[in-house]
Design a protein around this ligand. Structure first.
Ligand code: BTN
Length: 325
């Protein structure tokens, strides 16, 4: 375990730890501990330092642990994982898996990071998630034949995320096209699919999922759109490891189904989870903004919108939707 991860795992209990005891355990000087503590704030951690008591985090953090993740999963799902990597700090789990494609297969490889320095969102946006405050997960998948539409696949991933939240009793979730996870018009999570197609007709997809679990107030303010986290939706937060296990299982189930039945495997469920149908919205295109009524999705997952009496279809790409309240 690297020194930073060691330090965080000691502080994760939310209790005070003296600089002296930390220095002794880590085999470094007290000044070096202090320097390392300062780097934790770069990862979005709030560290209190009190003379005579030492250091403590502003809250308890349940760190991710591959054994604890697998405990909550079915035997079949665990057997389906080719590799499960839990990392402390990365630029981006999506970028990491995409790079690994150059070295070999990433099929059923799951990568998690406690903190991403350059977390990627849709349309070139950043994905902000301070250390241990959410889930940052990427799953690699190899398709023998390229799925008809990546838009539909990314919508299906949204259904899998909602299923996993519902299984843990977080039922008040819905979807905002193409694949934002929503509670009460606020964003609880997002999905970013990145693919690479091969000439032989097969393709590899990196499915990146971010879910907010316990965001500090400062992040809620810093993110330029209404956001929410699981701990604000219910009195008790949930186990990050348990959510991770259930999410991996639901993603595997969805992908198995999708490979054989395509989007028909979950289109009805997507439509039930749709939070936009019947609402007025502005659709922001690269060089125009259209206003109209959202009619839902077609069988390929394209957005249907009535604009000036015409029904138009849109694929996800570079679009963004602003719902009128
Ligand atoms: C969105 O903008 O709604 C998509 C957000 C996707 C964020 C996740 S976090 C794990 C994975 N790694 C990344 O860099 N991004 C995705």
């Amino acid at each position: 375990m690297d020194k930073q991860r060691h330090l965080i795992s000691r502080l994760a209990d939310g209790h005070f730890h003296s600089g002296e005891s930390l220095a002794k355990e880590m085999g470094i000087s007290r000044a070096a501990v202090w320097k390392r503590i300062k780097t934790l704030t770069d990862c979005g951690l709030d560290v209190y330092s009190v003379r005579g008591k030492g250091y403590r985090l502003s809250r308890v953090i349940e760190l991710l642990d591959s054994n604890r993740i697998c405990v909550g999963m079915s035997v079949d799902a665990v057997a389906g994982i080719n590799e499960l990597q839990v990392l402390s700090v990365l630029d981006s789990t999506n970028q990491y898996l995409h790079q690994r494609l150059n070295e070999g297969s990433i099929h059923a490889v799951v990568v998690l990071a406690e903190f991403q320095k350059k977390g990627k969102g849709r349309r070139g946006n950043d994905w902000l998630s301070p250390y241990g405050s959410g889930l940052c997960l990427s799953l690699g998948w190899h398709f023998q034949s390229t799925p008809g539409s990546y838009t539909a696949l990314s919508l299906a991933c949204g259904v899998a995320v909602c299923r996993s939240l519902q299984r843990l009793g977080i039922g008040e979730v819905g979807l905002k096209w193409p694949n934002d996870i929503i509670n009460n018009d606020r964003k609880l999570g997002g999905i970013l699919l990145e693919s690479r197609s091969e000439t032989a007709g097969c393709s590899d997809v990196v499915i990146g999922i971010g879910i907010n679990i316990h965001l500090p107030d400062s992040s809620i303010k810093a993110i330029p759109q209404p956001v929410i986290d699981i701990s604000r939706m219910r009195q008790h937060s949930i186990s990050r490891n348990a959510l991770c296990g259930v999410l991996i299982e639901e993603l595997f189930n969805m992908l198995e189904d999708y490979q054989t039945r395509g989007f028909t495997s979950c289109i009805d469920e997507w439509r039930r989870l749709d939070t936009l149908k019947g609402r007025e919205a502005d659709l922001v295109l690269p060089d125009d903004t259209l206003s109209g009524e959202i009619l839902g999705i077609d069988e390929n997952g394209l957005l249907l919108m009535r604009v000036d009496g015409d029904t138009l279809r849109f694929s996800s790409g570079e679009l963004s939707l602003r719902v009128q309240s």
